[in-house]
Design a protein around this ligand. Structure first.
Ligand code: URA
Length: 244
């Protein structure tokens, strides 16, 4: 791993601050000062100090959970949380859900201890794609699709960003958003005089929900999935990577 990336991930420094620290000679690897920010180190075997202080290597954890109805996306709550549902082998300090699904929404919740990455994934400017499957009280029309895809005014006057809708049956479909307003999909369908009956997130940041996970179950992300997520730390805008 590049030394500037390592320091950027393991400390509060940004990648560019880390790079500057290396160039200024503030960083030593195995006791030897290193001045090239692009130099590679082996974080499992080598010791890195910044201003003489050891930077402890901690691999981040990324867990995909299929959230069941009734669980809350929080670390602590009077109600059952997604963290309460983690099996003991996954439990460790610092884990939190990255973003929120409503209590009655099911599907993909990312649970991680990587605060920097979560911040990036949730930043409005990141435009991370989230796809949801929904069922509605009433059938929806082509006109509804056109209105919603273009961006629609919600009841508070805010306007949604363009999105993509796919019809699966007269009253069921999939919607892909690049933002995350409070209760967004429910409010979008209210704006076209409909009502969401069920909602489930089937993909997050280009990673599809593992269909073998029953509600309440979880697994660690694969190396490829984790690398895709971490690639958001290296780009400031929209990331179009998709794992099929
Ligand atoms: N939109 C909603 O209305 N609810 C969710 O849980 C997610 C998106």
């Amino acid at each position: 791993m590049r030394i500037d990336r390592f320091i950027g991930q393991m400390t509060a420094m940004s990648r560019s601050e880390a790079s500057l620290a290396v160039r200024k000679g503030r960083v030593a690897v195995d006791g030897v000062v290193l001045r090239d920010p692009s130099a590679h180190i082996d974080p499992e075997r080598q010791s890195v100090t910044v201003d003489g202080k050891e930077t402890v290597y901690k691999r981040n954890v990324y867990i995909m959970m299929n959230k069941p109805i009734g669980a809350v996306c929080a670390t602590e709550d009077g109600d059952l949380t997604v963290i309460d549902l983690l099996p003991s082998e996954f439990k460790r300090a610092g884990l939190f859900p990255c973003g929120r699904l409503d209590k009655n929404t099911t599907g993909f919740v990312l649970i991680t201890d990587n605060g920097k990455l979560a911040h990036r994934l949730l930043a409005p400017a990141s435009h991370v794609a989230k796809t949801y499957r929904f069922s509605l009280k009433f059938p929806f029309s082509d006109e509804d699709i056109a209105l919603l895809e273009k961006g629609i005014a919600l009841e508070d006057g805010s306007v949604t960003l363009p999105c993509v809708l796919k019809r699966l049956s007269p009253d069921e479909g999939e919607i892909t958003l690049h933002e995350g307003k409070f209760h967004q999909i429910k409010r979008m369908f209210l704006a076209v005089h409909n009502q969401v009956r069920t909602l489930s997130r089937v993909s997050f940041a280009g990673i599809p929900l593992d269909k073998s996970l029953a509600p309440g179950e979880c697994r660690l992300l694969s190396e490829n999935e984790a690398a895709l997520l971490e690639s958001y730390l290296r780009c400031s805008g929209k990331n179009s990577n998709i794992l099929e």
